[in-house]
Design a protein around this ligand. Sequence first.
Ligand SMILES: [Zn+2]
Length: 101
Amino acid sequence: MLDFCAAYGCSNERSIQTRSRGITFHRFPKDNSLKRQWELAVKREGFVAAERSLLCSEHFKPDDFDRTGQIVRLRHGVKPSVFNFPSHLQKVFVPFGKRIH
Ligand SMILES: [Zn+2]
């Protein structure tokens, strides 16, 4: 069974190639409310994370990681925030007042 990233539009899977690019894979949180926030962040309609669901490190900001140990971990409570969504989904992220007329 392949480990691959659950994010919409992302095709990263756990392999030698992604490893050499420094991409790490992270399980959805066990905490239910945080897990729900991850599921919503993924923006896949009706998406519910399975126990083995993963997101790759490309969806997190550099500050979200704890690189002090041998294994790269996510800091507690961080949410995925970096996605390359199709333009019709990206509109959601335009903050009020920043629209160019
Ligand atoms: Zn990914």
